[in-house]
Design a protein around this ligand. Structure first.
Ligand SMILES: *Cc1c(COP(=O)(O)O)cnc(C)c1O
Length: 413
């Protein structure tokens, strides 16, 4: 199989388990030969992958550095302290917990630290870009808490601040959640802080998406405003798949106990080491430049999609995220996604505010890591529109995608 060079030592697998090695190489080939436009994805560095594939994966480490339930933790304790110190300094936070296995478990722990079952929580409704953990009936959040959803303005697509204030005054929530899986604009954390203070609520920022932009100085930080910030480490931040919680010193102990032992067991030390590597990378000038290029790319992508006739939610973006309605091109989001997948453009559908049909959600984090810039964004948007319209058949489209990504291997040999 012709693939770009595998960043991990796949030769040992090729020898011992060719069946599985073939699967890894096949996935590497898929990632390098198609366009990764899923807004939540990225390509982490070979150094992050090396930490993930290290013998730290063998170590049991329940508890926290210096206070473990297992012996032999003296080395991994250093790794976790390093990850915590780097996270605190990167985000200017008094406390960081780097043990959450995922973004969702970070949110679960934040609720566990601050709330009791049955408490009222105000959060962006799922049809407007709220995450499953923001009150979906299929998720623990909707089952255990009383969620009141706020929405976005029908005209502008922007968060309806008046509605947030009114709902907060009416329902007196114990916590207000701000954060989204699809909202393309900056969130006004100062506004949410003010409303939370007025009604005596905690403010939880679920910054799973923008936290990488925050690290690179390309988006405002929720840290000075929120009582607790939940995040993932694998989206724009470009680290290993996992979660993280930032908070002030006064909530540190409650947050730590909510992660372990309340919602999790042993820490995943290989992932925590990889988080430390990613935080180190995110503190460099190269990452700052990356984060700003991610936003510049998304702006050009959004503008070109508008030129091509799609309706872009809020008219553009401040972040890596673009959501667009392909309806003016004659197809709904689901059909469009199918055509695009056949052409090698991999992206998601998403709910559209105030529309019955689904839209498309794209992000520029992965393609920007590959080194693509404004010129490539215009090419991608034009190709996308051509495929969605049915003007470009999937075979020539795939050719163009291969030609495009061929110049930007995510893991150069
Ligand atoms: C991605 C995301 C999560 C969940 O992260 P997982 O690691 O998939 O559990 C939670 N909240 C928001 C807003 C997200 O974007």
């Amino acid at each position: 199989m012709s693939v770009t060079h595998a960043p991990q030592t796949t030769d040992v697998l090729t020898r011992q388990d060719p069946e599985l090695a073939e699967i890894l190489l096949g996935e590497l080939h898929r990632q390098s030969s198609t366009l990764q436009l899923i807004a939540a994805e990225n390509f982490c560095s070979p150094a992050v992958l090396a930490a993930l594939g290290s013998p730290l994966a063998n170590k049991y480490a329940e508890g926290y550095p210096g206070a473990r339930h297992h012996g032999g933790c003296e080395i991994v304790d250093v790794a976790e302290r390093l990850a915590v110190d780097r996270a605190k300094s990167l985000f200017g936070a008094e406390h960081a917990n780097v043990q959450s296995h995922s973004g969702s478990s970070a949110v679960l722990a934040a609720y566990a630290a601050l709330l009791r079952p049955g408490d009222t929580v105000l959060a962006l409704g799922l049809p407007y870009g709220g995450h499953l953990t923001h009150g979906s009936p299929a998720n623990f959040s909707g089952r255990w808490f009383d969620f009141v959803p706020y929405g976005v303005d029908a005209e502008t697509g922007l968060i309806d601040h008046d509605q947030v204030r009114t709902l907060a005054r009416t329902h007196r929530p114990k916590a207000i959640v701000c954060g989204s899986i699809a909202y393309p604009r900056h969130i006004d954390y100062a506004f949410f802080r003010e409303v939370a203070d007025e009604v005596g609520a905690y403010l939880i920022a679920d910054a799973a998406h923008p936290i990488g932009l925050v690290a690179g100085g390309a988006a405002p930080s929720p840290v000075p405003y929120a009582d607790v910030v939940c995040a993932t480490t694998h989206k724009v931040l470009r680290g290993p798949r996992g979660g993280m919680i930032l908070c002030g010193g006064e909530l540190a102990e409650r947050v730590d106990r909510a992660v372990f032992p309340f919602t999790q067991g042993g820490a995943q030390m290989h992932t925590i080491a990889a988080k430390a590597v990613a935080f180190g990378e995110a503190a460099t000038p190269a990452f700052t430049a990356y984060a700003h290029q991610v936003v510049a790319n998304a702006r050009v992508l959004a503008a070109t999609l508008v030129d091509e006739g799609l309706v872009v939610t809020t008219g553009g973006t401040d972040t890596h995220l673009v959501t667009a309605d392909p309806a003016p091109l004659g197809v709904d989001g689901r059909t469009a996604r199918g055509r695009l997948a056949a052409a090698g453009l991999v992206l998601d559908c998403c709910a559209l505010p105030h529309a019955d049909t689904r839209g498309l959600r794209l992000g520029t984090a992965a393609v920007t890591t590959q080194g693509m810039a404004e010129k490539e964004m215009m090419r991608i948007a034009a190709l996308l529109a051509g495929v969605v319209r049915g003007e470009v058949e999937s075979v020539p489209a795939r050719e163009e995608v291969r030609d495009l990504v061929g110049g930007f291997p995510p893991y150069p040999a």
